[in-house]
Design a binder for this molecule. Structure first.
Ligand code: GAL
Length: 731
């Protein structure tokens, strides 16, 4: 049988290339995921993460090997890894976004100590995608995803691909591919069994393929079919029903191996009428692009933060699709997309540049690695098999498309381009449209994969008019695409501000293109996305104003912009009701919930008395939401808000700790630049700038659990306001 053990703990790290004879005392102890440098959230030089480091792990086999093969599996290390075991070195793995494994068996000490070493080259190597020319994002460095030790019988499963069939009929089926490797020196005859399980473990159905002969040293594929399955619940955005397929290898009565894959029954198709159909029903795609990087920690975010990004996209921003720009992202992120019903467009690493034949071979390897890793995720509906915004290269892209179709006949391909006339070799014409408009498609299916971005960078403390315009550009494009039947959807650039190279962004190593800032805190554009959520889910009422008399050109606040899913809004200034208003459906006829543009010139002019704003939102005549903003603009409190109150004592778990300075109704004060100072007590580490000079009235740090349980308290202070404190339990 196989055993899989987490190998994230008890690593030693040194930020230089060291040989085996260098004592452990030169290293520092770390837990994965790991970033090779902790940075401030901006204003740093990306050359600082570009060096070769050494990771060392001493281990004894966690249990008796009993003739099994032993593999080490890396989910991702940036950007080229040379792994050694007990002095034997494997060839370098080039690529920071795809998984790799090594068979350690021949070089292990079964009874004594073993030393695993990784020399990790985190230079921006031109021979490895995305590098070779300039790139608008940072890759950072480190073994930033999980590592596992896997022990398997010589004859074992190397992959399982589950393909639901006839999903829209009363008698759906399944086709299951199981790849089996035989590392024994004699041929083996085995039975491959497959059980379909509900997520509660209940068994629905079984099927098998018997007498599969695998010659010594070879690999074989067994395909198992299930026909006419009873009562299957389909995976959808509202009810993302998941099932498990458990594949077992049997040799007579001996169980050799088990591998379980989670999947969903759904049919996803971009059609030539221009629409995207999930289970036969057209869904208008509204989405955002996501980079996998975070402030301070680069890409080394633990499962909790990865999963939280999916939740933010689905539940805070209300979008139904995310593009994993511009590379395969964390399995934890994708798992969460499956669980909550968030569609994914996943693509290979790269940015505008195609390298030589060797580089292209790596890129083809990336197509394979991405699809073999991820083809069981029901959330993934499209493979991106073109280097983002690269020039045409028909021979290369004919190969990437053919490979994608061969590895996964169930999904369509896209290839993200910014050249309108480029060769259409994929199934879906995926186009980055930065015209601040949407062009009428020349090919269908047509999906807009980016808009806005660098055309209108916006910081969360920018002038109110700019923040409103930023939000309105997103609203305008999404409104436009929703009115175009031959456009399947639009995915805006982008969800979160991100660190970048000097050729891009605002010069402080940030592209301020997000509808949220780098800490995943909302700008007004985020409020616009949120306001498209159905009021049945929750009422949304967000004034897009800091509510002052002198911040806009000419003073006042005209029009007052509000993003809301309410039918009507009543506006009060002080105690005076200005009446009830309805959204601007005339300008935004295709949006589920058009923005409000409320005329205020009559009520608020520069040089007149000013009072608090109060909004009441009504749905079907019932008051369901209220927002107030203080007119005096005075700091009232320092707020400290962790996302969760409990972490795991695994040395890696983290929560975001948001802090902000707010008015007396809890609205952040965007122009405060107070210094906030933190003190932490207990078995955890504070990650981030401390003290932090606020920008935009809000920011965040992370709290990272150590490996001891206990209670952590964090206390924050700032001049002229009472201190704030929170407690977090580490279990
Ligand atoms: C696109 C590119 C993205 C990002 C964006 C900024 O051209 O694909 O990665 O750089 O511009 O707007």
């Amino acid at each position: 049988m196989r055993t899989v053990t987490s190998f994230n703990n008890d690593w030693l790290f040194a930020p230089e290339k060291l040989s085996l004879d260098v004592p452990d005392s030169t290293f520092m102890p770390i837990t994965l995921p790991h970033t090779n440098v902790i940075f401030p959230h901006h204003n740093f030089d990306n050359r600082e993460y570009q060096f070769i480091s050494t990771y060392r792990k001493r281990f004894a086999l966690p249990e008796a090997r009993k003739g099994r093969r032993v593999y080490v599996d890396f989910d991702g290390a940036m950007i080229a890894s040379t792994v050694s075991i007990n002095g034997h070195t494997f060839s370098e793995y080039r690529g920071g976004y795809t998984p790799f494994s090594h068979d350690l068996t021949e070089y292990l000490n079964d009874s004594g100590e073993n030393i695993l070493t990784v020399h990790l080259d985190s230079n921006e190597r031109p021979d490895i995608p995305p590098y070779g020319y300039v790139v608008d994002y940072l890759t950072f460095g480190g073994i930033y995803r999980d590592v596992r030790l896997r022990m398997v019988e010589p004859c074992h499963i190397t992959g399982v691909f589950v393909r639901p069939q006839d999903v829209l009929t009363d008698a759906p089926g399944l086709e299951v591919d199981v790849w089996i490797r035989n590392q024994d020196d004699t041929a083996r005859a085995i039975d491959v069994k497959a059980d379909l399980l509900g997520i509660d473990g209940e068994q629905y159905s079984s099927a098998q393929s018997t007498g599969v002969v695998i010659p010594a040293g070879e690999e074989r594929l067994a395909t198992i079919r299930f026909a006419s399955l009873p009562q299957i619940e389909r995976w959808s955005l509202d009810v993302p029903a998941l099932y498990e397929l458990q594949a077992r290898l049997m040799e007579a009565d001996d169980l050799l191996d088990v591998q379980t894959e989670r999947f969903g029954f759904r049919e996803a198709e971009f059609r030539t009428d221009g629409g995207f159909y999930l289970n036969g029903k057209r869904i208008d795609l509204i989405g955002l692009n996501r980079h996998q990087t975070y402030p301070y920690i680069g890409a080394a975010a633990p499962p909790r933060l990865q999963r939280q990004d999916a939740d933010i996209l689905k539940h805070e921003l209300g979008v139904n699709i995310v593009r994993t720009s511009h590379y395969p992202q964390s399995p934890h992120f994708l798992n969460r997309c499956d669980e909550i019903g968030l569609l994914v467009f996943e693509e290979i690493p790269g940015w505008q540049y195609i390298g030589d034949a060797d580089w292209q071979a790596l890129s083809l390897r990336d197509v394979r690695a991405m699809i073999e890793r991820d083809r069981n995720h029901p959330s993934i509906i499209l493979w991106g098999v073109r280097i983002n915004e690269s020039p045409d290269n028909d021979s290369f892209y004919t190969q990437t498309n053919a490979l994608a179709h061969e590895l996964d006949p169930t999904r369509q391909t896209g290839g993200v381009r910014n050249i309108w006339e480029s060769e259409f070799l994929e199934d879906v014409f995926t186009y980055n449209d930065f015209s601040n408009n949407i062009r009428e498609p020349i090919h269908t299916p047509h999906l807009v994969t980016e808009f806005n971005g660098h055309m209108f960078p916006t910081k969360s403390w920018d002038q109110e008019e700019r923040l409103i315009e930023h939000a309105m550009r997103h609203a305008w494009i999404q409104n436009k695409q929703l009115g175009m039947t031959r456009v399947a959807g639009a995915i805006g650039w982008c969800a979160f501000d991100y660190n970048t190279h000097q050729e891009f962004g605002s010069g402080d190593r940030i592209c301020y293109h997000g509808v949220m800032d780098i800490f995943r805190l909302p700008k007004y554009a985020a409020f616009w996305y949120e306001s498209q959520i159905s009021p049945d889910v929750r009422p949304v009422l967000r004034a897009a104003t800091i509510w002052s008399m002198g911040d806009r050109s000419e003073g006042g606040n005209d029009p007052l912009v509000v993003f809301s899913n309410c039918d009507e809004i009543e506006v009060f200034v002080g105690d005076e009701s200005l009446g009830r208003y309805t959204p601007d459906r005339e300008s935004f006829p295709h949006l589920p919930h058009a923005p409000y543009r409320i005329p205020m010139a009559r009520h608020l002019t520069w040089g007149r008395a000013f009072a608090d704003l109060r909004l009441i939102g009504y749905v079907q005549g019932k008051a369901v939401a209220e927002q107030r903003i203080a007119a005096d603009g005075l700091p009232n409190a320092l707020i400290l808000a962790p996302d969760v109150g409990e972490l795991q004592a695994d040395g890696a778990d983290m929560t975001r700790l948001v802090f902000k300075i707010v008015d007396r109704y809890g609205n952040r004060l965007p122009y405060t630049n107070q210094i906030v100072t933190f003190e932490l007590d207990g078995p955890a580490e504070l990650i981030g700038e401390n003290p932090f000079a606020l920008m935009g009235g809000q920011a965040a740090l992370y709290i990272k659990a150590c490996r001891d349980p206990g209670t952590v308290t964090v206390r924050a202070t700032t001049p002229r306001l009472p201190p704030a404190s929170v407690a977090i339990v580490i279990r």
